[in-house]
Design a protein around this ligand. Structure first.
Ligand SMILES: NC(=O)c1ccc[n+]([C@@H]2O[C@H](COP(=O)([O-])OP(=O)(O)OC[C@H]3O[C@@H](n4cnc5c(N)ncnc54)[C@H](O)[C@@H]3O)[C@@H](O)[C@H]2O)c1
Length: 247
């Protein structure tokens, strides 16, 4: 059973990591993909690989912090495929530092990508979905936004904010047939976490009851659930995908 047959999905930050894995899972379920990333080479390579595997995929260079680029991204999806059914706001960065050393610029940068970026995505995607009385938005938060992690005052605040805006938007859009949900991944094996010092990685791993990190596709399958009709009566939900960490 293909859960996204013929549906158009935008995934931001899809050039690598979790976003790329979500794109792969969606492609296997028949979605037509718009692969967006601030890194154009990564976006192009991802779209090419997806096309080679038989999916319909187009790449768009998009910095989610730039309003015109997000508006253009949604325009590309609708222009190319005639509709927009799914938006996954996944683009993300970390600028970890203690309160003592974190700069205001590092704080703002993280706010911009996660909060402004996710908000712009919803702002420009929602009108198309409202009009057709159908759509699913999936915002990628983090377990850091639930529990707060040291060295991440910026990131924890931003990811908690993603939960707040997910619930607010879910309430605004529910009566128009548009669902908005969020995922809070725990420790996932990607470039973002491979940058962690080995002792920090081990410390995080020790806190995972399942005893291992997630593979990116394990976030992809939960995104598929929220993007598809399998979750047709869910909105404003926040799903923890953590192997039990910080439950
Ligand atoms: N890896 C983890 O353990 C983990 C845990 C919880 C949440 N997350 C979240 O999952 C998402 C994906 O993380 P990942 O681990 O795959 O990271 P990653 O660094 O491997 O990939 C992030 C992607 O986002 C893109 N990106 C960054 N800034 C952008 C911008 N302004 N506009 C468009 N694209 C931009 C990057 O170019 C990159 O391709 C992020 O929102 C992250 O905060 C990750």
């Amino acid at each position: 059973m293909k859960l996204l047959d013929g549906r158009t999905a935008i995934i931001t930050g899809a050039g690598q990591g979790i976003g790329l894995a979500i794109a792969g899972v969606f492609a296997a379920h028949g979605a037509r993909l718009v692969v967006a990333d601030v890194n154009p080479d990564a976006a192009d390579a991802a779209a090419e690989a997806l096309s080679d595997s038989g999916a319909q995929a187009v790449s768009v260079r998009c910095d989610v912090t730039v309003e015109e680029q997000v508006e253009g991204l949604v325009g590309t999806a609708v222009g190319r495929y005639g509709a927009l059914d799914v938006l996954v706001s996944n683009a993300g960065i970390t600028r970890d530092a203690t309160l003592r050393t974190m700069t205001a610029a590092q704080f703002r940068e993280v706010m911009d990508v996660h909060l402004l970026g996710t908000w712009l995505g919803m702002k420009y995607a929602a009108p198309h979905m409202r009009e057709r009385r159908s759509g699913a938005i999936v915002n990628i938060s983090s377990i850091s936004g639930k529990v707060g992690l040291p060295g991440q005052t910026n990131y924890s605040a931003a990811k908690a904010g993603v939960v707040g805006m997910t619930k607010a938007a879910a309430k605004e859009l529910a009566h128009r047939g548009v669902r908005v949900n969020a995922i809070q991944p725990g420790l996932v094996r990607t470039a973002m976490t491979e940058a962690l010092r080995p002792e920090v990685w081990q410390e995080k791993l020790a806190g995972v009851p399942m005893g291992r990190a997630a593979e990116p596709a394990e976030i992809g399958t939960v995104a598929l659930f929220l993007a598809s009709d399998l979750s047709s009566y869910m909105t404003g939900a926040v799903l923890e995908v953590t192997g039990g960490r910080h439950m």
